[in-house]
Design a protein around this ligand. Structure first.
Ligand code: MCN
Ligand code: SMO
Length: 784
């Protein structure tokens, strides 16, 4: 869309700390989550899952399960394959090879937890008992468990990828040889970023209901991409798109995990149709940890060349993703190492030369998918940790080393050709230095060290792609069209219903989108209801992913609401005998600027549109409903940084985060409370990634972390005090200058934690490069 079609807004409600409208309902138990929905006559599905990492299935006995009282059906891979061969996944870039994930495994299982059979019964209890009666015989095959050795040869994890290469490629940009040959210093390391679960509070679930009379399918799912799911129902299963409805109830977190298509989501509609009863599946925590996509695991080699002024002049990176057994569409196992290698190595630094290698290896583990900060988290970790390593080598402060290389002039084009239009990259570093009071910190650190206490300061600055759009895809060399629509409708009494293409998992979109409309139409927030893709029958959305909500939904909402605004202004001008150019909509009324007392309320205007033809100007079209799309013409990048102070306990090796300092620049802030909540939540997830969370496989490919006792997620007791500072560098290309920020906390926090721990351990000579940082690693460092 041309830039001129992105209208600007006079901010009144925008920028205000409006309380989140959903919270009272959700906090008092009035939410309706997937498991709360009960359809008459519903059946319950439960999955038999592979107990082997890699094995040939020699026999599946289902007779006993079928005979159990209350069991209605048992399906195996053969039954599912009659309807669908599987879900095809790949990343549309050079060097990617596709896989097909069966809905239920046939012949071979490729990871522990892979669905092998489904039991459908009158109750969940009976379905689970039925699963226990399904007997599967496995003939073991060698499991492939390490991505880098997998790429060097040996058995294949998935025979569709005989050499285990799911993705491989790279680029050399600029004079990398020269940069490294002439370097005063080369700083390099190998990092491991551990395997994580996004771990949404509400696990996955699906309800499918097929009505044979109208031949309509209804599917409830907490998906971040309901329109994509609907598309898949047609593409994979052949349900006519206009006879499918995907509904999203309240959803307790997604964080990228719910932005995929899962085999379970494709099986339930088939079961519901064939059995002529609604079928429900709600995942338990063990299934979620075992079989919902895993995330972020990579092995990364990275090196920076520095000149004698400590300026970075070149970068080499090889990012290897531990991909799991299949590509999980639409993001695939490729997108994580792709983004790390192809997008993040330069960050906020003016580095002219880059040698970038990306690869994803198939392994016999749960497929890797998206989790907040895809590729950016690991990329920021390795870049920012090497910056701190370089600071120690050059004996500069972490702030000074970064200032040597930071980009100071915009627009800036990195070696990959990505253009950054604006940003407060240098100011972020300066602001963080001021916030932590660096000199005072070093004094306190020295004083405490003399007492045998070890505190450390870690810094991490980032630039974040936001507002995932067609232009952003292109900038990242990825295909895809990403636009959303929004509908704004005003009722005769002046109340407004806004329908957006985004679903909401806890981000507070119903509040922020209402703020945008309130400023456009001059109506109070109480008069606005926002429906967030509750049904795919309305509008179009490309998904609540890639921190695109504020920019894309905000843009679509504003464009649609400005159509209504223009109508109201025209009508007010006619009623008040004024020039439309002199009319403003504010505080519930249309007012004539410069003429005190000349006004008409929005309610009266809306009533007149519906009921009073005599008030209309000539050729007036009395439609108070508009649907428009938005897709920004340029990629939008926000930026920021975190500084953290940690203390390591010399007797236990435990790390405590004492304080977090955050700087965020997402352009115009719609709601500072919501943005700060996003920062806090994301940073705490990042602390979890850095200190607590790791999915662990044993040597036979068994996942040993299948409860929240083994997989330690941070809770409120791990949430440190925060000091948050907002910088506002508006985008000149988005409505109101808004940029997205929903992933920033997790993108940059792990690097800050690792850097802070390394700073606390600086006297030991040990530098850690793996996350999570375990107490054992810290103790080993302290004990030399
Ligand atoms: N916002 C704002 N002003 C801005 C930018 C954003 O007020 N300048 C507000 C937005 O209006 C929105 C929130 O902050 O209410 C996040 O906006 P945005 O950055 O546009 O991100 P999205 O709306 O696209 O949300 C997706 C993003 C992603 S990709 C992940 S992953 C993630 C995240 O949001 N998952 C979450 N935050 C989450 N928060 C919760 N509670 N649950 C999840 O699953
Ligand atoms: S991982 Mo967020 O859903 O882009």
């Amino acid at each position: 869309f041309p830039h001129s079609q992105s209208p600007s807004i006079a901010a009144r409600s925008i920028g205000a700390r409006v309380p989140r409208g959903d919270d009272p309902r959700l906090l008092t138990g009035r939410g309706q989550y997937l498991a709360d929905i009960v359809l008459p006559g519903e059946l319950h599905a439960c999955f038999v899952r592979s107990s082997a990492a890699h094995a040939r299935i020699t026999r599946v006995s289902i007779d006993e399960a079928r005979a159990l009282d209350g069991v209605v059906a048992v399906w195996t891979g053969e039954d599912a394959a009659k309807f669908c061969e599987g879900i095809v996944g790949e990343l549309e870039v050079e060097g990617c090879f596709a896989t097909t994930m069966p809905l239920l495994a046939r012949d071979i299982v490729r990871y522990v937890g892979e669905p092998v059979a489904v039991v459908v019964a009158e109750s969940r209890y009976v379905a689970e008992d039925g699963c226990d009666l399904v007997d599967v015989d496995y003939e073991p095959l060698e499991p492939v468990l390490h991505p880098r050795s997998a790429l060097e040869g040996g058995p294949s994890a998935n025979e569709e990828l005989p050499d285990n290469v799911a993705l491989r490629g790279g680029k050399v940009l600029g004079d990398v040889e020269g940069a490294f040959n002439n370097a005063a210093r080369v700083i390099e390391a190998t990092f491991h970023s551990g395997r994580l679960s996004a771990g949404p509070m509400e696990t996955r679930g699906v309800i499918a209901s097929y009505d044979w009379t109208s031949r309509r399918l209804r599917l409830w799912t907490g998906s971040q991409m309901p329109h994509y799911i609907k598309y898949c129902l047609t593409a994979y299963l052949g349900f006519p798109e206009n006879e499918c409805e995907v509904l999203t109830p309240d959803t307790g977190g997604g964080f990228g995990q719910k932005a995929h298509i899962f085999p379970e989501e494709m099986l339930l509609p088939l079961l519901a149709r064939e059995l002529d009863r609604p079928v429900k599946w709600v995942e338990d925590r063990r299934e979620n940890l075992m079989t919902a996509t895993h995330a972020h695991e990579q092995f990364i080699d990275i090196a920076y060349a520095f000149d004698s002024d400590a300026r970075a002049t070149g970068v080499r990176i090889r990012a290897t993703g531990d991909g799991g057994a299949y590509h999980q569409p639409p993001w695939s196992m490729g997108v994580e190492p792709w983004c790390t290698a192809m997008v993040t190595p330069t960050g906020v630094y003016d580095i002219p030369a880059a040698d970038l290698i990306y690869e994803a290896a198939a392994t016999n583990k749960t497929p890797i998918g998206a989790y907040r900060g895809v590729g950016y988290m690991a990329g920021t970790l390795v870049r920012e940790c090497l910056m701190d390593d370089a600071a120690r080598a050059f004996e500069l402060s972490p702030f000074d080393i970064r200032r040597r290389s930071v980009v100071r002039e915009f627009p800036w084009t990195n070696p990959q050709g990505i253009v950054y239009d604006e940003g407060s990259w240098l100011q972020t570093i300066d602001e963080l230095e001021r916030m932590v009071d660096y000199t005072a910190f070093r004094e306190r650190q020295a004083a405490l060290r003399a007492e045998g206490r070890f505190i450390g300061l870690g810094l991490s600055v980032f630039v974040e792609s936001s507002g995932e759009s067609t232009a952003m895809g292109k900038a990242h060399d990825l295909g895809g069209i990403y636009h959303d629509t929004a509908t704004v409708k005003m009722e005769p009494n002046g109340s407004v219903t806004v329908t957006i293409g985004l679903t909401t998992q806890g981000q507070g979109h119903r509040t922020t989108m209402a703020q945008v409309v309130a400023d456009s139409l001059g109506v109070p927030l109480e008069a606005i209801t926002v429906r967030a893709a509750e049904s795919t029958t309305y509008g179009w959305g490309s998904g609540t992913v890639g921190s695109r909500g504020a920019v894309i939904a905000g843009g679509a909402v504003l464009r649609a609401s400005n159509v209504i605004r223009t109508k109201l202004v025209a009508l007010a001008a006619s009623m008040l005998e004024a020039d439309p150019a002199d009319i403003d909509l504010v505080d519930g009324a249309a007012v004539v600027l410069g003429v005190p007392g000349s006004s008409v309320s929005i309610i009266d205007l809306a009533t007149a549109v519906y009921f009073d033809q005599s008030a209309w100007p000539a050729d007036f079209d009395p439609t108070l409903e508009a649907t428009l799309a938005y897709d920004p013409a340029r990629p939008i990048f926000s930026n920021g940084g975190h500084a953290m102070i940690v203390e390591v306990a010399p007797d236990t090796g435990f790390v405590t985060v004492e304080k977090v300092f955050s700087v965020e620049d997402c352009g115009t802030v719609i709601n500072p409370d919501i943005v700060e909540g996003q920062i806090r939540g994301g940073v705490v997830q990042g602390i979890g990634a850095a200190l607590l969370e790791r999915l662990v496989y044993d040597d036979s490919g068994q996942l040993v972390t299948t409860t929240l006792l083994d997989y330690h997620m941070p809770s409120m007791d791990f949430s440190p005090p925060f000091e948050i500072h907002h910088l506002e560098t508006p985008s000149s290309h988005t409505p109101g200058g808004i940029k997205g920020m929903g992933e920033s906390g997790l993108i940059a926090a792990p690097a800050a934690v690792l850097n802070a721990v390394n700073d606390a351990l600086s006297h030991t000579g040990t530098v850690l490069h793996n996350i999570p940082i375990t107490p054992e690693q810290v103790l080993r460092a302290l004990r030399g």
